[in-house]
Unconditional design. Sequence first.
Length: 292
Amino acid sequence: MSGERLAVADKESKQSVAAAIEHVRAGAAQGCDRIDFLGIPVCAVDMRGAIALVDSAIAERSPLHIGVINAAKVVGMARDPELRSAVLSSDAIFADGMSIVWASRLLGVPLPERVTGIDLMMNLLARGSELGYRVFCLGAREDVSKRVAEIIGRDFPGVQLVGRHHGYFSKDEEADIVKLIAAARPDMLFVAMTSPMKENFLARWGSELNTTVTHGVGGSFDVLAGYVMRAPPLWCSLGLEWLYRLKQEPRRLWKRYLVTNTVFCNMVLRAWLRRVRAGSEAHGRSSTGLGS
């Protein structure tokens, strides 16, 4: 991404973040503090706090649209105004990647920990099994969707799986899928599609889904069904899941990760330099008495 495009993205992000913050303040997720991470209002919560937000939303029947960000999505939001708008329409945005947590500390707005989409989904299924939450699963291939339904029934018997549908449908079919979901009246809707498809789908149809909690979970169904291996816990704790995926599919992913990670580091570095420069200017004004 060129410096000019980044500058435009920075300007547009600053213009949109104010509206986004007002949106989340007015929404269901009142129980979390937020930081401004590169123009994105991110909830400063741990996994327990995220689960509590969901429990509260379901108990109060107050819509909660969950968004998650990692390095790739932050770069994608800078390049794609529709994706940025869709993510910023979320009621609660969590840090999915360790890169976000590390960068937040560098920028002086530290997040407590990452809340990954797949881990949140698994915790919510466990919670749903305890409390009898109604769940609808949308996305992935038909065989994966069917396998996920079997696993939920086996491992989370208290969950009421009120519906499922694969993710291979056309735009012309979207309205019928939305009606199917709305008729099922789920407490939680998990959408297993790639970005920006899932974000745009939820932003486009969120008000008509008749569900309390919506959560885009990406490729989590493939992992839950056993078709894709997730990185070992040590790799995850070190923030190296991307490297594990790269090891699995080097020809397909090497260029994507090289470019994305480089652009993300550049965005964070620019923000850090602005912070340092602002701090130096404030110190200079204070030293000369101009700040009084």
